[in-house]
Design a protein around this ligand. Sequence first.
Ligand SMILES: [Zn+2]
Length: 184
Amino acid sequence: MSNELEANSGAEEEPLIDLTSDLYMMGQAMRQAQSAYLAEEVPIGCVIVHEGRIIARSHNQVETLSDATAHAEMLALTQAQAAMEDWRLTECDLYVTKEPCPMCAGAIVHCRIRRVIFGCGDDRGGACGGFINLVQQPTLNHHSEVTPGVLGEESKLLIQTFFAEAREKKKGKKARDVDSPYLN
Ligand SMILES: [Zn+2]
Protein backbone atom coordinates (compact mmCIF):
# COMPACT_ATOMS: atom_id res chain seq x y z
CA MET A 1 0.00 0.00 0.00
CA SER A 2 2.75 2.46 0.93
CA ASN A 3 4.44 1.86 -2.42
CA GLU A 4 1.28 2.86 -4.22
CA LEU A 5 1.04 5.99 -2.10
CA GLU A 6 4.64 6.88 -2.91
CA ALA A 7 4.17 6.27 -6.60
CA ASN A 8 1.15 8.54 -6.68
CA SER A 9 2.69 11.23 -4.52
CA GLY A 10 5.09 12.12 -7.32
CA ALA A 11 2.33 13.68 -9.41
CA GLU A 12 2.58 17.48 -9.21
CA GLU A 13 -0.73 18.28 -10.88
CA GLU A 14 -3.95 17.33 -9.16
CA PRO A 15 -2.32 14.81 -6.83
CA LEU A 16 -4.41 11.75 -6.17
CA ILE A 17 -3.13 11.54 -2.64
CA ASP A 18 -3.46 14.34 -0.13
CA LEU A 19 -0.09 14.33 1.64
CA THR A 20 -1.67 15.50 4.87
CA SER A 21 -4.49 12.97 4.79
CA ASP A 22 -5.04 10.30 7.42
CA LEU A 23 -4.57 7.68 4.74
CA TYR A 24 -1.18 9.02 3.68
CA MET A 25 0.06 9.38 7.26
CA MET A 26 -1.11 5.89 8.15
CA GLY A 27 0.76 4.67 5.08
CA GLN A 28 3.88 6.15 6.65
CA ALA A 29 3.09 4.37 9.93
CA MET A 30 2.64 1.13 7.96
CA ARG A 31 6.15 1.56 6.53
CA GLN A 32 7.39 1.65 10.12
CA ALA A 33 5.39 -1.49 10.90
CA GLN A 34 7.05 -3.20 7.94
CA SER A 35 10.47 -2.20 9.34
CA ALA A 36 9.47 -3.83 12.63
CA TYR A 37 8.41 -6.95 10.75
CA LEU A 38 11.80 -7.15 9.01
CA ALA A 39 13.49 -6.78 12.42
CA GLU A 40 11.37 -9.69 13.74
CA GLU A 41 9.48 -7.39 16.07
CA VAL A 42 5.69 -7.41 16.45
CA PRO A 43 4.92 -5.23 13.40
CA ILE A 44 3.45 -2.02 14.74
CA GLY A 45 4.47 1.41 13.48
CA CYS A 46 3.75 4.96 14.50
CA VAL A 47 4.21 8.51 13.25
CA ILE A 48 3.37 11.79 14.96
CA VAL A 49 2.36 14.79 12.88
CA HIS A 50 2.52 18.50 13.69
CA GLU A 51 1.00 20.99 11.25
CA GLY A 52 1.14 18.50 8.40
CA ARG A 53 4.76 17.53 9.04
CA ILE A 54 5.97 14.20 10.45
CA ILE A 55 8.05 14.96 13.56
CA ALA A 56 8.45 11.37 14.85
CA ARG A 57 8.61 7.93 13.25
CA SER A 58 9.10 4.71 15.13
CA HIS A 59 8.28 1.06 15.33
CA ASN A 60 7.97 -1.46 18.10
CA GLN A 61 11.43 -2.37 19.48
CA VAL A 62 10.60 -4.47 22.54
CA GLU A 63 12.89 -7.35 21.51
CA THR A 64 15.69 -5.20 20.07
CA LEU A 65 15.95 -3.07 23.21
CA SER A 66 14.87 -5.80 25.67
CA ASP A 67 12.39 -3.25 26.96
CA ALA A 68 8.72 -4.08 27.41
CA THR A 69 7.91 -0.36 27.32
CA ALA A 70 9.51 0.16 23.87
CA HIS A 71 6.19 0.21 22.02
CA ALA A 72 6.06 2.25 18.82
CA GLU A 73 3.93 4.96 20.42
CA MET A 74 6.19 5.39 23.47
CA LEU A 75 9.28 5.80 21.28
CA ALA A 76 7.45 8.20 18.97
CA LEU A 77 6.17 10.32 21.87
CA THR A 78 9.73 10.72 23.18
CA GLN A 79 10.92 11.78 19.71
CA ALA A 80 8.04 14.21 19.30
CA GLN A 81 8.62 15.85 22.68
CA ALA A 82 12.28 16.34 21.74
CA ALA A 83 11.32 17.79 18.35
CA MET A 84 8.82 20.19 19.91
CA GLU A 85 11.08 20.91 22.91
CA ASP A 86 7.92 20.57 24.95
CA TRP A 87 6.13 17.67 26.60
CA ARG A 88 2.80 19.22 25.65
CA LEU A 89 1.86 17.83 22.23
CA THR A 90 -1.51 19.58 22.12
CA GLU A 91 -1.27 20.37 18.39
CA CYS A 92 0.04 16.93 17.42
CA ASP A 93 -1.73 13.90 16.00
CA LEU A 94 -0.53 10.32 16.54
CA TYR A 95 -0.96 7.65 13.85
CA VAL A 96 -0.40 4.05 14.89
CA THR A 97 -1.15 0.86 13.00
CA LYS A 98 -2.85 -0.87 15.96
CA GLU A 99 -5.04 0.47 18.72
CA PRO A 100 -2.81 1.67 21.59
CA CYS A 101 -2.49 -0.42 24.76
CA PRO A 102 -3.22 1.03 28.24
CA MET A 103 0.43 2.04 28.78
CA CYS A 104 0.58 3.97 25.52
CA ALA A 105 -2.90 5.44 25.93
CA GLY A 106 -1.81 6.72 29.36
CA ALA A 107 1.29 8.31 27.83
CA ILE A 108 -0.83 9.81 25.03
CA VAL A 109 -3.04 11.52 27.63
CA HIS A 110 -0.01 12.73 29.63
CA CYS A 111 1.46 14.27 26.44
CA ARG A 112 -1.94 15.75 25.50
CA ILE A 113 -2.01 14.40 21.97
CA ARG A 114 -4.85 16.03 20.01
CA ARG A 115 -5.93 13.08 17.87
CA VAL A 116 -5.22 9.36 17.85
CA ILE A 117 -5.70 7.65 14.49
CA PHE A 118 -5.22 3.90 14.51
CA GLY A 119 -5.36 0.97 12.11
CA CYS A 120 -6.80 -2.25 13.48
CA GLY A 121 -8.69 -2.32 16.75
CA ASP A 122 -7.88 -4.60 19.67
CA ASP A 123 -10.86 -5.91 21.61
CA ARG A 124 -8.63 -7.63 24.17
CA GLY A 125 -6.02 -5.01 24.95
CA GLY A 126 -6.96 -1.77 23.19
CA ALA A 127 -7.29 1.34 25.34
CA CYS A 128 -8.90 3.70 22.83
CA GLY A 129 -12.33 2.12 22.97
CA GLY A 130 -11.54 -1.55 22.26
CA PHE A 131 -11.31 -2.96 25.74
CA ILE A 132 -11.31 0.32 27.65
CA ASN A 133 -11.10 3.96 26.64
CA LEU A 134 -8.40 5.81 28.54
CA VAL A 135 -8.00 8.63 26.01
CA GLN A 136 -11.57 9.80 26.54
CA GLN A 137 -11.89 9.03 30.22
CA PRO A 138 -14.21 11.68 31.72
CA THR A 139 -12.29 11.96 35.01
CA LEU A 140 -8.97 12.78 33.29
CA ASN A 141 -8.10 16.34 32.34
CA HIS A 142 -7.21 15.63 28.72
CA HIS A 143 -9.17 13.83 26.01
CA SER A 144 -7.96 12.89 22.53
CA GLU A 145 -10.16 12.63 19.48
CA VAL A 146 -10.10 9.05 18.10
CA THR A 147 -10.32 7.88 14.49
CA PRO A 148 -10.25 4.07 14.19
CA GLY A 149 -9.86 1.74 11.22
CA VAL A 150 -7.49 3.62 8.87
CA LEU A 151 -5.71 0.87 6.87
CA GLY A 152 -7.05 -1.46 9.53
CA GLU A 153 -7.24 -4.57 7.37
CA GLU A 154 -3.67 -4.12 6.07
CA SER A 155 -2.36 -3.67 9.59
CA LYS A 156 -4.24 -6.66 10.95
CA LEU A 157 -3.01 -8.86 8.13
CA LEU A 158 0.63 -7.91 8.78
CA ILE A 159 0.29 -8.70 12.51
CA GLN A 160 -1.49 -11.99 11.84
CA THR A 161 1.18 -12.97 9.32
CA PHE A 162 3.90 -12.18 11.85
CA PHE A 163 2.32 -14.37 14.54
CA ALA A 164 1.58 -17.21 12.13
CA GLU A 165 5.24 -17.23 11.07
CA ALA A 166 6.46 -16.93 14.67
CA ARG A 167 4.37 -19.95 15.66
CA GLU A 168 5.71 -21.91 12.72
CA LYS A 169 9.33 -21.08 13.62
CA LYS A 170 8.91 -22.02 17.24
CA LYS A 171 6.67 -25.01 16.68
CA GLY A 172 7.14 -27.54 19.42
CA LYS A 173 9.41 -25.43 21.59
CA LYS A 174 8.74 -22.47 23.84
CA ALA A 175 5.21 -22.12 22.49
CA ARG A 176 4.45 -19.63 25.24
CA ASP A 177 7.08 -17.24 23.89
CA VAL A 178 4.92 -16.37 20.93
CA ASP A 179 1.91 -15.60 23.05
CA SER A 180 1.36 -11.90 23.15
CA PRO A 181 -1.03 -9.31 24.47
CA TYR A 182 -1.31 -8.15 20.87
CA LEU A 183 -4.12 -9.55 18.79
CA ASN A 184 -3.13 -12.79 17.14
ZN1 LIG B 1 1.52 0.20 23.81
